[in-house]
Write a protein that binds this ligand. Structure first.
Ligand SMILES: Cc1ncc(COP(=O)(O)O)c(C=O)c1O
Length: 372
């Protein structure tokens, strides 16, 4: 049975952001929520929680232990679970690290176009952003990165691995080069790896902390993207070996921001739903192929990426001044506008492919209808 095959009648009963932001006749393929039911291991764990009333304060060990086991089995990455720190979620975890490990007023490098909270909200606090724009293929541009790292004011780098919105899965060689440059210029690397488990069957995700030279960096991650658990707050902060002691000087409140249910149910998924994840990744890859094959019918194109369930699509051939706005108004289909990801990406849209093939076909039909 397919995972990405829920009825729109069921989905429209949801009250989460994806399903309530726009009018009911708008087909939503925007915010990164998946149109899936929870996998069996998580469903079982949730039932058990309710049966025994396991709704107290966090048992902090569950998710660090499960993540360490998953990381070793999946990526061959050995982590000491006792040194992994829970936090409320990935975005606030990044903000905590920026605040603790870069000086106030310093510059923080980001690779635009990028997931909006890297740019516009609290992730960098009172620091200022320094953009190292990605190449047109969505890969790290090392000339731009080196120029940014070399600046006097720059003290931190928010890496997105895999990258949202491009879906780029950075290679071990690229990540090693990042680590080398960061050491050279005394830049703290904070790698957001929330999309790490979401890669195509023929791709390999490389955790930043697995490459030589990364020992003075940090990873912020969670299993909430992989298992669609954004409703249940929990994330993880992982320090490279040179920073473990400093990480554990962070105040207790950082851990206390995580919820018991978030920790417990993400752990249940990582422990028990690995087969589900394999199937999900295969279905996402098939949806990417589908999008690539049907988009030309409306004059657009897309090359499947290796990571995430998101497609970054140039909508300029449609000839609309603001494609996302017009597609929603005239086509009744919602994508994220490119301007959320970079100031000059107004002609791009981000399409959420964690849905059924039928919804993807319908979304493309609606693009065609908007074109008239
Ligand atoms: C790259 C990236 N980081 C972080 C998040 C959000 O994570 P959290 O809900 O744990 O803050 C998302 C959500 O889509 C994301 O794509």
């Amino acid at each position: 049975m397919a995972i990405l095959d829920l009825d729109l009648d069921v989905l429209r009963q949801r009250t989460s952001m994806k399903w309530t932001r726009f009018e009911p006749d708008v087909l939503p393929l925007w915010v990164a929520e998946m149109d899936v039911l929870p996998p069996p291991g998580i469903t079982r764990a949730m039932r058990h929680v309710l049966e025994i009333g396991d709704l107290g304060y966090p048992g902090y060990d569950s998710l660090p232990r499960a993540f360490a086991a998953f990381a070793e089995a999946t990526w061959g990455l050995r982590l000491d679970a006792a040194k992994i720190m829970p936090c409320a979620d990935v975005v606030s975890g990044m903000a905590v690290l920026v605040d603790a490990f870069t000086p106030a007023g310093s510059g923080i490098v980001i690779n635009t176009p990028i997931y909006p909270p890297f740019r516009v909200s609290g992730a960098v606090g009172d620091r200022h952003l320094v953009e190292a724009v990605l190449t047109s293929e969505g890969r790290l541009d090392f000339e731009a990165l080196e120029a940014a790292f070399a600046r006097e004011d720059v003290a931190g780098y928010l890496l997105c691995n895999p990258h949202n919105p491009f879906g780029t899965v950075h290679t071990p060689e690229e990540l090693e080069a990042v680590a080398r440059l960061a050491r050279l210029h005394h830049v703290v690397v904070i790698s957001d790896e929330i999309h790490g488990p979401l890669v195509a069957p023929d791709a390999t995700f490389t955790p930043y902390l697995s490459v030589p030279g990364s020992e003075n960096g940090f990873v912020v991650t969670s299993a909430s993207k992989a298992f669609n658990l954004a409703a249940l707050k929990a994330g993880l902060l992982i320090a490279g070996s040179e920073r473990v002691e400093a990480l554990w000087k962070l105040p207790y409140e950082v851990r206390a921001g995580s919820s018991h249910l978030g920790l417990l149910l993400q752990a249940a998924g990582l422990d028990n739903d690995r087969d589900w994840l394999v199937q999900l990744n295969a279905e996402i890859a098939a949806n990417k192929e589908l999008l690539a094959s049907v988009l030309p019918e409306v004059g657009l194109s897309y090359t499947p990426s290796q990571g995430t369930y998101l497609a970054w699509v140039d909508a300029s051939p449609l000839g609309f001044p603001h494609p996302a706005v017009t597609l929603r108004a005239r086509g009744r289909v919602a994508f994220n506008p490119g301007t959320d990801y970079a100031g000059d990406c107004g002609q791009w849209v981000r399409i959420n492919l964690a849905t059924s093939p039928a919804v993807i076909r319908e979304a493309v039909r609606r693009i065609g209808a908007a074109r008239g």
